[in-house]
Design a protein around this ligand. Structure first.
Ligand SMILES: Nc1nc2c(ncn2[C@@H]2O[C@H](COP(=O)(O)O)[C@@H](O)[C@H]2O)c(=O)[nH]1
Ligand code: MG
Length: 499
């Protein structure tokens, strides 16, 4: 058996074109009857629009310049490199300690890095097992969840900056604030968006199935809306590129019944007062017209849209529900990528049905399939050997007990315990090899050892269905019922037929 030294993540898909059917599947974690859905909404960035590494580099390099302007040492910062494989979604940044963590679904820290150095098991335990043996809750100001692919840039800059600050400088928490500020500015001052506007094809991955996918919902009688935090000018650039039209065309607007740009999620999904503005798309920049004082309900949903146009900025879900004429959140299906801003808030506050877009699923599913035979079977074999070694020790203990003899005095004990220790070590090595085959630092996105990862738990808890690309929905009927596999308990028998 040859253990892969480098994870085949990037090449996995190219090497396995026959896996396309597998990687484009839509998975269900909560039953969803599409017949009950009146309106289907889409987030734009990292949902309809997938970006490549060149896009991340705009934010990364732009933020490096800003950190140098803030006074961080130029010589060190210039050396920072962006490696898209260095971090993954679902990790948690511990700002105070300068660490990045991967947890299982019980919030037990399974892997941790201080900056770019992996912490040993002992270091991890010293920092993340409290005196009474409990684990911290990981809520509060010290922690940041990597909930979107945009944040991989923050994680990478922070990790490399922590290495520099270990030699002295401001606190890790201050460094995180500065990284956040630098990246935040890049999203606002044109460092990223001006470049995308000049040459969208350099940064956005085209997808021919998007337009038919959006159209099928309209044809099935559902309202379709776009709800994005991007402002109109940038939305216009990205959407025109995705529908294959010139930037002045705006044919993309016809794909939607309502468009909300600059939505300001998650606040849009809350109950605070936020005025909604109508956007006049007559200009590329989208001139804003205030329609405060003219509630949609008073002027009559769809009639209002016809008369006033259908592109809006800001506001809240209340105006959106009225324009879409939906009676309850359960009639809305929202497709997004941000774990908190798109999934958790919309489900918790409004009861929206949700679809999470997880591009990372594609390489992960290929690896699941490719690694199925060799590495996973080695792990299963080592688990069995470990169990047998433990059983042998226990049998000796019970046998001596029944004879009234002392286990600790027994000659056989040492040999059996040595075998037990060796089998545990072999199992650990096999599990580590499987882990590294998925990702050199963090292992599989959806698993942490034998447990579901914290990310996997969030996927199951907050997304009704999930898939690698929004356009995969084209292959599913707009009236189908998605049904999850049956839940099982550890005591359920694998062989038992479903009830
Ligand atoms: N001001 C900031 N904007 C950010 C940051 N990270 C991402 N973004 C922008 O948000 C929208 C995402 O839109 P959506 O379609 O996913 O709702 C996009 O315009 C990003 O540029 C940030 O750190 N600061
Ligand atoms: Mg998004």
């Amino acid at each position: 058996l040859v253990m892969p030294r480098q994870p085949p993540i990037k090449t996995a898909l190219r090497a396995a074109p026959d896996m396309e059917d597998l990687t484009r599947r839509v998975f269900c974690s909560r039953e969803l009857n599409m017949a009950n859905i009146e309106a289907v909404g889409f987030d734009m960035d990292y949902t309809l629009a997938q970006y490549n590494e060149a896009f991340d580099m705009l934010a990364f390099e732009g933020a490096k310049d800003k950190l140098i302007d803030m006074g961080y040492p130029s010589e060190e910062i210039q050396k920072f490199k962006f490696d898209p494989l260095q971090h993954t979604r679902g990790l948690v940044i511990d700002k105070r300690r300068g660490n990045i963590l991967k947890m299982d679904r019980h919030k037990y820290v399974r892997r941790a890095y201080h900056g770019t150095r992996e912490l040993s098991r002992a270091e991890r335990k010293a920092q993340y097992i409290l005196d009474a043996g409990a684990t911290p809750t990981f809520v509060g100001n010290d922690y940041v969840n990597v909930d979107s692919l945009f944040q991989l840039v923050d994680a990478s800059l922070f990790a490399q900056l922590v290495d520099v600050l270990d030699e002295g400088g401001p606190s890790y928490a201050q460094a995180f604030r500065d990284v956040r500020h630098a990246v935040d500015l890049c999203h606002q001052d044109g460092v990223i968006k001006d470049q995308v506007a000049i040459e969208p094809s350099k940064y956005i991955i085209p997808d021919d199935n998007l337009v038919p996918m959006l159209t099928q919902y309209r044809l099935a009688g559902k309202k379709v809306f776009l709800l994005t935090n991007s402002l109109f000018d940038y939305t216009n650039v990205v959407m025109n590129f995705l529908v294959g039209k010139d930037v002045n065309d705006r044919a993309w607007v016809d794909l939607f019944d309502v468009v909300v740009v600059g939505a300001g999620k998650p606040a849009f999904l809350g109950d605070g007062r936020r005025d909604m503005l109508r956007v006049d798309a007559g200009t590329n920049m989208g001139t804003l017209h205030n329609f405060v004082g003219k509630p949609v309900s008073e002027v009559g949903g769809p009639a209002f849209l016809q008369r006033e146009g259908k592109i809006f900025q800001s506001g809240t879900w209340k105006e959106l529900h009225e324009m879409l004429e939906v009676g309850s959140g359960s009639e809305v299906l929202y497709v997004g990528d941000h774990m908190y801003g798109d999934m958790i808030r919309s489900k918790r506050s409004l009861g929206w049905r949700t679809t999470l877009i997880v591009p990372e699923l594609e390489p992960e599913l290929v690896l699941d399939a490719q690694l199925d035979l060799p590495l996973r079977h080695v792990v299963a074999e080592k688990e069995k050997e470990c169990e047998e070694a433990e059983l042998a020790v226990q049998e000796l203990r019970l046998s001596l007990l029944s004879q009234g003899l002392d286990f600790l005095e027994s000659d056989e004990r040492e040999a059996l315990e040595k075998a037990q220790e060796e089998s545990r070590e072999a199992l650990k090595e096999a599990r580590d090899a499987l882990h590294r085959a998925y990702h050199p630092h963090w292992g599989p996105l959806f698993r942490s050892g034998n447990q579901a990862s914290r990310f996997a738990k969030q996927v199951v808890d907050y997304s009704c269905i999930y898939t690698s690309r929004a356009s995969n929905l084209l292959a599913t009927s707009p009236s189908r019922t998605f049904r999850p596999p049956s839940d099982f308990m550890p005591h359920d028998d694998d062989e038992r037929p479903p009830m």
